[in-house]
Write a protein that binds this ligand. Structure first.
Ligand SMILES: N[C@@H](CCC(=O)N[C@@H](CS)C(=O)NCC(=O)O)C(=O)O
Length: 235
């Protein structure tokens, strides 16, 4: 298993992620509970970097590949100032050690307390619970903003019939999200970045690249607020 330095060539949201170099509860009295909360809020970073298996680029050696789920987790680690040690995995030729730690063969997978844990939803939730500072939780009523963009994008990407409504479905989701950002932005939760941005940003980046390449399609300029949001993501 080799460890390398790679760069996320994707979405970045703030100064802290501009250069992504890959490098608990008890039933107690109210007072004790409060004290415990304080202790957990100031949880210390781990002494060792988190080992994390991520997708390797298929075109450039020692670079992170284009996987919005891996980028989401790496951005979360960056935002929380947590150290990590990325293991690049060639998904076209999965190494034995990787299939041993995750028989499903999917990235990202992270090692928490000697146990390898897959899935970006579970990983980011666990990081939020273990390292609540800075808080990245998106309020539930806002967390669904843009949540249908990825599935409609995949529908359009896979479609072979230009008149099957998949392009329209994607445009409709992008347009609703653009309106949402116009009203509530610059980020999904207003002025502060949160978990929903760290999930959606890499997906929008992936959308732009994939649809540009395979369908010569770009996000319409008329969706100005969405365009600004995507610019913030690539800064
Ligand atoms: N639900 C998973 C999806 C992860 C996923 O689909 N990863 C892709 C790379 S972008 C993968 O590992 N594909 C390899 C395969 O399916 O063989 C998550 O959120 O982490």
């Amino acid at each position: 298993m080799s460890t390398v330095r790679v760069q996320v060539s994707a979405c970045v949201f703030s100064a802290t992620v501009n250069n992504l170099c890959l490098r608990q509860n008890a039933v107690v009295s109210f007072r004790k509970k409060k004290l415990l909360r304080l202790v957990s809020m100031s949880s210390v970073p781990p002494s060792q970097p988190f080992e994390i298996a991520v997708k390797a680029s298929v075109t450039t050696p020692n670079r992170l590949g284009d996987c919005p789920f891996c980028q989401r987790v790496l951005l979360t680690l960056e935002e929380k100032h947590l150290p990590y040690d990325p293991k690049l995995v060639d998904l076209t030729n999965k190494p034995e050690w990787f299939l041993k730690v995750n028989p499903d063969g999917k990235v990202p997978v992270i090692k928490f307390d000697e146990k390898w844990v897959p899935d970006s939803d579970i990983i980011t939730q666990t990081l939020e619970e273990k390292y609540p500072s800075p808080p990245l939780l998106t309020p539930p009523e806002k967390a669904t903003a843009g949540s249908k963009i990825f599935s409609t994008f995949i529908g359009f990407l896979k479609s072979k019939d230009p008149n099957d409504g998949t392009e329209q479905a994607l445009l409709s989701e992008l347009s609703s999200f653009s309106d949402y950002i116009k009203e509530n932005g610059p980020f999904i939760n207003g002025s502060e970045i949160s978990a929903a941005d760290l999930s959606l940003g890499p997906k929008l980046y992936h959308l732009e690249i994939a649809l540009g390449h395979y369908k010569k399609w770009t996000v319409p300029d008329s969706l100005t607020s969405l365009k600004s949001y995507m610019k913030v993501c690539s800064r």
